[in-house]
Design a protein around this ligand. Structure first.
Ligand code: CP
Length: 301
């Protein structure tokens, strides 16, 4: 993985993905080490973020590296009309690794083609979110003991949900049964469904969350993302499609864990939070260990 970019989860083989998860488990036991001394990581966020940006920053700080960058493109020379290419070429001169979030699909691939240092895609529009995918895999393995032979439900915005796209692609490498729950307007794109089909795995599509809930080991909730809709009326029609509350979990499996990449709006009622099946904040914590493992591996440390 040394000196390689991570733009799509498929840029790393299954064996490499597992290697990252195993290394993350070591960082979980011992998160404060000095292995990044003298290294500079650039964090370029052209789109808002809480977890991804701050967990990358936490990961670098806990490993004694330095982090530079911006969290708002309006404070960068992008606002003066600078191209992404020029920004990336410039920041390549200042850093050993660039973490970038950008609203345009394909921007991270483009950046990786012009950069002289590795690029980690921290989310490109509605396309991919590979580092979230690795922390989701880590969390699933941590809670279920394995990534194989699981029933996994994805709920909400499966069309624009980049975390869903990356995780479906990754879980298609394992013996997963997929339960896809969305409004008809927000179904999983066929370009992503293709990975399930090519792996000869089963998937079931539902409109109603209650139909799938008793059958699954992981319930992966997602936000309906207002910022991805070009038609505000369409967003209004679907925005309250799924609201999980604690009473709905009565017939769920004992081993069920509820995940969510966060942020949430109203799709998980706060009365779910005290339920031991709610695991989304532990999931967000795992982002630090997984990103430590990823940075260390890409920098060859
Ligand atoms: N999961 C995730 O990408 O969250 P942020 O948008 O807060 O980074």
């Amino acid at each position: 993985m040394k000196n390689r970019s991570l733009v799509s989860i498929n840029d790393f083989t299954k064996a490499e993905q597992i290697q990252i998860l195993n290394r993350a488990a070591e960082f979980e036991k011992n998160p404060s080490q000095r292995i990044l001394q003298g290294k500079v990581v650039a964090s370029l966020f052209f789109e808002p973020s809480t977890r991804t940006r701050l967990s990358f920053e936490s990961a670098v700080n806990r490993l004694s590296g330095r982090i530079i960058g911006f969290s708002d493109a309006s404070s960068s020379s992008t606002s003066k009309g600078e191209s992404l290419k020029d920004t990336i070429l410039t920041v390549s001169n200042y850093s050993d690794l660039i973490v970038m979030r950008h609203p345009i699909e394909g921007s991270a691939r483009w950046a990786s083609e012009v950069a002289t240092v590795p690029i980690i895609n921290a989310g490109d529009g509605a396309n991919q979110h590979p580092t979230q995918c690795l922390l989701d895999m880590y969390t699933i393995r941590q809670t279920q003991g394995s990534l194989d032979n699981l029933n996994i439900a994805f709920v909400g915005d499966l069309k624009y949900g980049r975390t869903v796209h990356s995780l479906v692609m990754a879980l298609s490498q394992f013996n997963t049964t997929f339960h896809l729950i969305s409004p008809s307007e927000l179904k999983l794109p066929s370009s992503v469904k293709m990975y399930i089909k090519e792996a000869n795995l089963n998937y079931y599509q539902y409109l109603d969350i209650a139909e799938a809930l008793p059958k699954v080991d992981i319930l992966y909730m997602t936000r309906i993302q207002r910022e991805r809709f070009s038609d505000p009326m369409e967003y209004e029609r679907v925005k309250n499609s799924y609201i999980l509350n604690n009473s709905m979990l009565a017939d769920s499996r004992d081993n069920l864990k509820i995940l969510h990449p966060l942020p949430r709006v109203n799709e998980i009622n706060e009365d779910v939070d005290p339920n031991p099946k709610a695991y989304y904040f532990q999931q967000a914590l795992n982002g630090v260990y997984v990103r430590q493992a990823l940075i260390a591996s890409i920098l060859g440390l």
